[in-house]
Design a protein around this ligand. Sequence first.
Ligand SMILES: *[C@@H]1O[C@H](CO)[C@@H](O)[C@H](O)[C@H]1NC(C)=O
Ligand SMILES: *[C@@H]1O[C@H](CO)[C@@H](O)[C@H](O)[C@H]1NC(C)=O
Ligand SMILES: *[C@@H]1O[C@H](CO)[C@@H](O)[C@H](O)[C@H]1NC(C)=O
Ligand SMILES: *[C@@H]1O[C@H](CO)[C@@H](O)[C@H](O)[C@H]1NC(C)=O
Ligand SMILES: *[C@@H]1O[C@H](CO)[C@@H](O)[C@H](O)[C@H]1NC(C)=O
Length: 310
Amino acid sequence: MAQPLALALLLVAAAGWTAAQNCTCPTNKWTICSLVGAGGSCQCKVLGSSHVVNCTTLTSKCLLMKARMSPHKPRKLIKPSEHAVVDNDGLYNPDCDSWGRFKARQCNQSDVCWCVNSVGVRRTDKGDQTLKCDELVRTSYILINLRHQERPRALNHSDLSQAVRRFFHERYQLSPKYITAVEYESPTIQIELQQNASQKAHGDVDIADVAYYFERDVKGESVFHSPHLNLEVRGEPLRVEDTMIYYVDDKPPQFSMKRMTAGLIAVIVVLALAILAGIVVLVISKKKKSGKYEKVEIKEMGEMNKQPNL
Ligand SMILES: *[C@@H]1O[C@H](CO)[C@@H](O)[C@H](O)[C@H]1NC(C)=O
Ligand SMILES: *[C@@H]1O[C@H](CO)[C@@H](O)[C@H](O)[C@H]1NC(C)=O
Ligand SMILES: *[C@@H]1O[C@H](CO)[C@@H](O)[C@H](O)[C@H]1NC(C)=O
Ligand SMILES: *[C@@H]1O[C@H](CO)[C@@H](O)[C@H](O)[C@H]1NC(C)=O
Ligand SMILES: *[C@@H]1O[C@H](CO)[C@@H](O)[C@H](O)[C@H]1NC(C)=O
C-alpha cells in the first residue's frame, strides 16, 4: 500500500517540478510567470503592468512597449539599438486598455497629450490635457522595408516570397492571406501586410503586433525566448537589416505641417495606397543613389500632407 502511494507522490512532485521548470511564456520573455491555483497552472504577467498574457499567441504591442519601459526589465534587454531607423517619435510608456490595446489618447508625464493609431504611432499634433481623441483609428496597412546583407547573387523572388510567408506564419502565427505582397529589388525587400477590422477574425494575430515582433527580431532584441531570426530562403539563412516600417491608417492623420520636424518622425502615415506605392518606388530609387532615407521621407511626408482628400 505504502509503496504505490510514495510512487504517486514522487510522480506528483516530479510533475510539479517539471511544470515549475517550464513555467515561462514562450511568446513573450518580458513576463514574470508563476504557478497558480490548485492545478498549478502557469500564469504570466507582463512586466510593467499586471496584465495576464495569453502565451499561446502574440502579446499586444501596447503591453510590450509598456514592458520595455519597465524598470524591472532584465538588463540585457536595455541595449539601445544604434541602427534604429524606425521607431515612433520616441519610445513612450503607453496607456493600454483592458484588452491590451492602445488607448486612443496618450499623454506623457508632463501632461502633453496626442492621439495614436492602433500601432501606437502618433497621428495628431501634441496638445494638452484637453485634447480629445474620439476613437482609436485602425492601421490596416503596414509596409515593412528592409535590406538583406550583400550577397554574390540576387535572391530568387518567388523563393523569397514563399520563405517570407512561411516565416511569418510559423514565427508570428500570421495567416499568409494577410501578406498581400512581397516585393524585391536586391537588396531591398518589401513586405506588405493588410488586415482591416472586418477581415480580422477572433483569435487572429494583429498585423500591428506581428510588425512589432518582427522589428524586435530584426534588431536582435527578440520578444521570444528563442532569439534567432531564422529567415531562410532555400535552406540558406538570410541576414536582414535596416528595417523601416510604414503605417497607413484607415483615416488620414491630422498634423499641421510646422510640427513635422526632421528626425522626429520616421514613419509615414497616409490614407491613399496609390500614393504610397508611388512614394515607395521613389524612396527605393533615391536610396540606391544616396544611401539616405531620412531626407526623402520628410519631403514625401510634406507632399502627401498637401493632398488632404486622397
Ligand atoms: C520543458 O519543456 C521542453 C519542451 O517544451 C522539454 O524539452 C524540457 O525537457 C522541459 N524541461 C523540463 C525541465 O522538464
Ligand atoms: C513629454 O513630451 C514633451 C513634448 O514632446 C517632451 O518635451 C517631454 O520631454 C516629454 N516628457 C516625458 C516625460 O516624456
Ligand atoms: C525561381 O525559383 C523557381 C522555383 O522555386 C523557378 O521556377 C524560377 O524559374 C526561378 N526564377 C529565377 C528567375 O531564377
Ligand atoms: C476589408 O478587406 C477586404 C479584403 O481586402 C475587403 O473586401 C473589404 O471591403 C474590406 N472592408 C473594409 C471595411 O474596408
Ligand atoms: C489564447 O489565444 C488562443 C489563440 O488566439 C485562443 O485560441 C485561446 O482561446 C486563448 N486562451 C485564452 C485563455 O484566452
